[in-house]
Design a protein around this ligand. Sequence first.
Ligand code: PLP
Length: 371
Amino acid sequence: MAKDLIYLDNQATTPLAPEVFDAMVPWLRDNFGNPHSAHVMGRKAAAVVEVAREQVASLLPKGGSVLFTGSATEAINLGFGAVQAMKAQGRNKIIVLDSEHAAVRDTALSHEAHGFIVERHPVGSDGIVSLEQLSMSIDDKTALVAAMLVNNEIGVIQPVEAIAELAHAKGALMLCDVVQGYGRVDIPDNIDMAAISAHKIYGPKGIGALWIRDGIDPPPIIHGGGQEQGIRSGTLSPALCAGFGQAAVLGLECHDSDAAHIQTLADRALNYFADWTINGSTDQRYMGNLNIRRDGLDVARLMSDVRGVAFSAGSACASGSGRPSHVLGALGLEPTEIKSSIRLGFGRYNSLDDIERASQIINTAVEVQLA
Ligand code: PLP
């Protein structure tokens, strides 16, 4: 990273923790064994994978297992397969919140081609779902309800435990995208499936996981050698697994210090950006995500003016497609408000100095633009 670039895009991805890097190196450099081989190198590699599985599982509910995948997106696609068995029981409805990440929303929509009715359930202007409204949508035709723990664009926290209760009351499954909340926000015990991603928690890119409650058996979407309980074939990377495991260990160890640090950074940022409006709930949120807007601002211009800070335009989806954010749209924001929103994401390795300098740079560019 350029030395003078301030990185405030920790929802897109996080830097690799030095401890994670160290945990991965031996499995890249020294022991290249295939974890599925029966000989000594293979057994050593398999052992590190199993240690990592336990480490990753330690932040997830009991009574289930962790399957490693290539990403959270793959985990979500895999988990959604559980609806097929539900369809055989006459359940052909899938409910996802309107503010879900594309990995959930588009996976749900892909099931329309297989005879499912997909409801994109609205959220309120604060980004939070109304449990009362949701309870009216979930019926005995519902196979699965998907709701995320922490929203990647606006940071709001959904009442996932209550959503899972509503789903279960009607016999439906509950899948939770916990990508942005894993290690930061408590994960309720009553969900049925959870998708996570290493690169959002200071781990490596290229590995995610699906946690599945015992007794739920989504069919494979990748076929082959039968690795990962026959559900997800393909040779695992011991280095990526070791890195993911170490990132989870750090997530646990640093939980309190990270939370205090993020709160300090957020408090400072809220001071510097006091003239801005926060998008989404101000109290039911993860403080490492500040999505804010300024009337009249052209964020595309701001992003080209501000070269020294890596942050996201609230108006573009994560893939950088330039499409207006469906999440901000789901809050009922006007297109002009969406185009005047930015997302600042703070993480473990940001300093108060980063916040001070970034806010000066951004606010100066904004004043010039709005003058
Ligand atoms: N869900 C959320 C909330 C995310 O923020 C992301 C990443 O942007 C994903 C899913 C997809 O994760 P991955 O990059 O591991 O596929």
